[in-house]
Design a protein around this ligand. Structure first.
Ligand SMILES: Cc1cc2nc3c(=O)[nH]c(=O)nc-3n(C[C@H](O)[C@H](O)[C@H](O)COP(=O)(O)OP(=O)(O)OC[C@H]3O[C@@H](n4cnc5c(N)ncnc54)[C@H](O)[C@@H]3O)c2cc1C
Length: 533
């Protein structure tokens, strides 16, 4: 399904290219000395972060003839042969440090704490907040490495309730969502897999949701289900991972629709986009020629190898919601961007996300087909618009008749990001009252499913204040214009989840993050870039 032609340079080739002076190759502007004797590099257009926002920006700029350099703090994760041992398992006792961004313990709730890790540049970061924690991605391809690929489009009425009036749902519906869909080439879980014993949890979820009167659906999912099927058909050749419910820390079968196979790989294939992994942008400073970015080049253990300065005429910040807010607020606090608009950092929402679990959902787990684990990915959802919520089923490497449901509601309040100078980290302030209605709606769904089908509420350590869907902080029209241009800062742009108004109602966010990125970059290329270089 995903064309291999777009696979990026392999790691060895990349390192060699870098050693030969990738700076000049990619940027086209070369290096020069700067005050203090350290070498600083000049590039025309710099993008921070290689997730959805950064990759879409890079591809559309490349297609218009513009060179970019992408700095990505994490490493490359490329599955060259199905089953290759690239990513960490998610199974309790098997989780290793490839799961975790520079921390001693893995970031997901519900997995028992194992032994402490040696620090590593793994795929998921946990950001500790005041009232809520955030889990987000790290690595070339950003969220596509760790996501479940679920593609859900918010319903029109809820979209119009939370998005600024200037963003037309019709426009999104007819132009920008389809554009992303065509690029991500999603499928739906086929009957052939759904009817297998490994997918019992998904099957039972759909049956029980329908029995309880909900509209339950198999979703579009940016997954290669033929590759997923090969994993179960060729068990001896391809070590099981998806079938065991181990897909969040990355997937060794290559079935996940990661950005290296779509937007980012296509951008690199143009020869106009250079991705530099393990390049961690620290702070931005206004500069006579544009923006200067202090960058730490790190090794896979997170140790600093070199500190660099890159001066860019145009700068796109696409570090994902928490880290985009983090670097902008740090830059303001350290006087690099002293006039950053007051609104930046505000308008954070958790996408109304609440994780719940039910157990003993059938009287006889074995007879129903439940085994020691549940096959992924998460790719089914029930919709309860009257209660302003949808809930996905989250298969996991857990035994028995237990179903995990993640509600996506609509928070009524918004939190705020802060740069914690003492800790040297971004953090966020949040109160439970901001999404009490979403929390209650999620509980009501679980209660109703149990009443109709049997089953009991259980916690499994999942029912904590955490979100995998941080959104906002640089909300369209609040400190940035309707296309992500930062007010009062020529040629400084934000394009990622932080532009969205704290929620993509009743849906997982990446499709909307991406559709909005397409919408923004189309205007920016046309109005700000002018003729191709
Ligand atoms: C476990 C999990 C599962 C998910 N599943 C789904 C799903 O099934 N469907 C869905 O719609 N959404 C899902 N999401 C959410 C989705 O991944 C995000 O909404 C999406 O990735 C946001 O895109 P983005 O461009 O804002 O940022 P990201 O995709 O997060 O990309 C940001 C990139 O910037 C890099 N970066 C950060 N700081 C710096 C820095 N200072 N210097 C250089 N690089 C930096 C990061 O390493 C990262 O690669 C999931 C999220 C998680 C955590």
């Amino acid at each position: 399904m995903y064309p291999r032609a777009y696979l990026p340079l392999n790691r060895r080739t990349f390192v060699r290219t870098a050693a030969l002076g990738a700076a000049a190759v990619g940027a086209g502007l070369g290096t020069s000395g700067c005050e203090g004797g350290a070498s600083s590099e000049r590039v025309e257009t710099l993008i921070l972060g290689s997730g959805f926002g950064g990759s879409i920006t890079a591809l559309r700029l490349a297609q218009a003839g513009h060179r970019t350099v992408i700095l990505e703090r994490g490493r490359r994760w490329t599955v060259e042969t199905p089953g290759q041992d690239v990513f960490s398992s998610m199974r309790p006792g098997e989780v290793d440090n490839r799961s975790t961004w520079l921390a001693e313990q893995q970031p997901l709730p519900g997995i028992p704490p194992g032994r402490r890790f040696q620090l590593y540049t793994g795929v998921l970061e946990k950001i500790y907040g005041n009232g809520i924690d955030i889990v987000c991605a790290a690595g070339v391809g950003g969220g596509s490495l760790v996501y479940s690929g679920m593609m859900v489009q918010p319903p029109r009425d809820f979209f119009e309730e939370v998005f600024p009036d200037e963003i037309s749902y019709d426009d999104m519906d007819t132009r920008w969502y389809p554009m992303v869909r065509a690029m991500m080439n999603p499928g739906t879980l086929p009957d052939e897999l759904l009817m297998r014993p490994e997918w019992t949890a998904t099957r039972v979820f759909l049956q029980q949701a329908e029995a309880a009167g909900y509209d339950a659906q198999r979703l579009l999912c940016a997954f290669d289900f033929e590759a997923a099927a090969r994993e179960v058909a060729e068990m001896d050749a391809i070590p099981q991972m998806l079938a065991l419910g181990s897909y969040i820390f990355g997937l060794n079968s290559g079935a996940k629709g990661t950005l290296d196979k779509t937007y980012l790989g296509m951008a690199e294939a143009t020869g106009l986009c250079e991705v530099r992994p393990l390049h961690w942008a620290q702070v931005i400073r206004q500069h006579a020629e544009g923006y200067s970015v202090v960058v730490h080049e790190i090794n896979e253990m997170g140790e600093i190898i070199a500190e660099k300065e890159i001066i860019a005429r145009r700068l796109f910040v696409s570090c994902g919601t928490a880290n985009t807010n983090g670097i902008l607020l740090r830059s303001k606090a350290e006087n690099g961007l002293p006039d950053l608009p007051e609104e930046i950092g505000s308008g954070f929402g958790n996408n109304g996300q609440h994780i719940k679990a039910r157990t003993r959902v059938v009287p006889d787990a074995a007879a129903a087909g439940f085994g020691a684990t549940q096959a992924g990915p998460a790719c089914t959802m029930l919709f309860d618009p009257d209660n302003r919520i949808a809930m996905e089923n989250g298969p996991a490497p857990i035994a028995g008749a237990t179903l995990i449901g993640t509600g996506q509601g609509i928070p009524s309040g918004r939190g705020r990001f802060r740069w914690d100078a003492a800790m040297g980290k971004v953090t966020v302030d949040w109160e439970a009252s901001y999404d009490a209605q979403a929390a209650e709606a999620a509980t009501n769904i679980i209660t109703r499913l149990n009443e109709v089908n049997g089953g009991e509420v259980t916690s499994l350590g999942l029912d904590v204040s955490i979100t995998f869907h941080p959104l906002g902080g640089c909300v369209l029209g609040q400190g940035v214009d309707m296309f992500g241009r930062v007010n009062g800062h020529e040629n400084l742009y934000v394009i990622d989840g932080s532009l969205l108004p704290g929620v993509t109602p009743l849906s997982n966010p990446f499709w909307t993050v991406s559709a909005n990125a397409e919408r923004c970059i189309e205007t920016i290329v046309r109005e700000d870039f002018g003729a191709s270089v």
